[in-house]
Design a protein around this ligand. Structure first.
Ligand code: PLP
Length: 479
């Protein structure tokens, strides 16, 4: 059987694939279950394997029986272990990771310092609930982030998931303004909870059939000029919302990603963000920069909003902060953060001490290993490689190539020189990359984009190996 992603699944409408790279040998592979093609590429393994339950196929069958289809896994492989930018599946196949667990392992898988910090913290205590007894790592992490964030007098608090972070940013903005309205953008992704799936600017697959957008949430077209929406169009639409739907004096927050993540790695133009800042100032609206995906050196700055020369009011954070341990939070202007009454914020697991300790190590690593500079270098190398691949007439037609730091993406189009999305080609390339041993993720409002999210600690040789596999995956089968 073919264990690889057929491209028929999505995570956040994300597609990814683990696939084979026959190193080291595959001790547990059931030869009988391999296609001829699989056999050819896994010839290192002559071990027929004795434990049928330890194959990818066996676990996939168990997973399908035990886990609902609504939670999608992009790959049909099951991971055994990971180290920095490399992953091995339970059959011993090796992959280069250009997905970073959806922008989480910016500091690589199992960075020694992150693992040590987590281990040391777990020797002290694993949980008490910050609402019950305070602990040092929570407060120290808040202090570190307050000092790092581009907000003059900041306070921070912690949660567990990105959706909780964005949802709590809205709660804080509503408490501060006494208003209910929320403006977000088409293509935005803010989470899967009841509120955040309404904020998310894409209906399928995120809002189950029959689930309306909650009252008071409005989506403005996100500016993507090569897909027909200019900054002026967006601003006009925003003013239409103010006229037709809800007065700006009833709007609590405008929530925007500095670079849309799931939406396709489209960067918010600098003048547009600055214009939003002045609209928010004029009407007393909170500007929320959702940095769940862009944060922690990914874009060449600790926070992507640092590219904009403005102060946001609130910054939801998550993903890369914990280096693989689940932690999220909101950093914001102290005067706004203190608007919620005592008891109104928190959560039993919010700001878990092991994750706080890991996050402190992540912040050290970003500084010590100069990961912002490294992100710029990785991004430049990727864009250079993509431009070279695009110029070859043996490659599939590539459209727009873009990136901020190491948040790089490119579109596949039906015909060279056009911007007509080709989501089927995206599925095929990701599947092919998986076969070659490269983990890739898709994204995009039109399902037309492949994003490259290598760990910022990836060694040059693994970056080059991944780019070579990407080039091979992009060869047009028609040539
Ligand atoms: C910008 C942004 N906000 C919020 C979220 C939701 O985070 P989580 O999946 O941890 O709830 C995501 C997840 O991809 C994201 O990219």
């Amino acid at each position: 059987m073919n264990i690889f992603n057929s491209g028929s699944v999505a995570t956040h409408d994300v597609r990814c694939a683990f696939n084979r790279h026959p190193e080291p040998p595959l001790p547990l592979m059931e030869q009988a279950e391999l296609s001829n093609e699989d056999k050819a590429t896994t010839s290192l393994s002559t071990d027929s394997g004795s434990d049928a339950n330890s194959t990818n196929a066996a676990w996939l069958a168990r997973r399908q029986a035990a886990v609902p289809r609504g939670v999608v896994t992009g790959s049909s492989a099951f991971i055994d272990k990971a180290e920095n930018a490399e992953i091995w599946d339970i059959e011993g196949r090796r992959y280069i990771d250009f997905g970073s667990g959806i922008a989480v392992t910016n500091t690589g898988h199992r960075h020694e310092k992150v693992m040590r910090a987590a281990a040391e913290q777990s020797e002290r205590f694993a949980h008490v609930a910050f609402q019950v007894i305070g602990y040092d790592v929570y407060v120290t992490l808040a202090e570190r982030l307050n000092a790092l964030a581009p907000i003059e007098h900041a306070k921070s608090l912690f949660f567990t998931t990105g959706a909780e972070a964005t949802e709590n940013a809205v709660k804080i903005a509503r408490a501060h303004t006494g208003r209910s309205g929320i403006i977000t953008f088409t293509g935005a992704f803010h989470g899967r909870t009841l509120l955040t799936m309404s904020m998310t600017g894409k209906a399928v697959p995120y809002r189950p059939k029959g689930t309306p957008v909650l009252p008071g949430i409005y989506h403005v077209p996100f500016p993507v000029p090569h897909h027909g929406v200019t900054e002026e169009d967006s601003l006009r639409a925003l003013h239409n919302v103010f006229k037709a739907d809800m007065s700006p004096s009833d709007i609590a927050a405008i929530v925007i990603e500095p670079v849309q993540g799931e939406g396709g790695f489209y960067q918010t133009p600098v003048p547009f963000m600055q214009k939003l800042r002045s609209i928010c100032d004029e009407h007393g609206i909170c500007l929320v920069a959702d940095e769940v995906q862009t944060g922690f050196a990914r874009t060449g700055k600790v926070f992507a909003i640092e590219h904009y020369g403005i102060e946001p009011d609130l910054i939801p954070i998550a993903k890369a902060l914990g280096g693989g341990f689940p932690i999220s939070g909101v950093i914001g202007k102290a005067s706004i953060m203190d608007s919620v009454e005592p008891g109104g914020l928190g959560g039993t697991y919010a700001g878990n001490p092991i994750a706080c300790a890991a996050a402190l190590a992540v912040l050290d690593i970003i500084e010590e290993e100069k990961l912002c500079e490294r992100a710029d270098r990785i991004g430049a190398r990727m864009i250079d490689a993509l431009n070279r691949i695009k110029s070859k007439n043996t490659s599939r037609p590539i459209g727009d190539i873009r990136g901020l730091g190491a948040m790089v993406a490119f579109e596949l189009v039906t015909e060279r020189g056009t911007n007509t999305p080709d989501p089927d080609a995206v599925k095929a390339v990701i599947s092919k990359a998986g076969e070659l041993g490269l983990v890739l993720l898709s994204c995009g409002y039109w399902g037309n984009t492949i994003r490259l999210l290598a760990p910022l600690t990836i060694p040059d040789e693994h970056l080059e190996e991944g780019l070579s596999m990407l080039e091979a995956a992009l060869v047009d089968p028609a040539t």
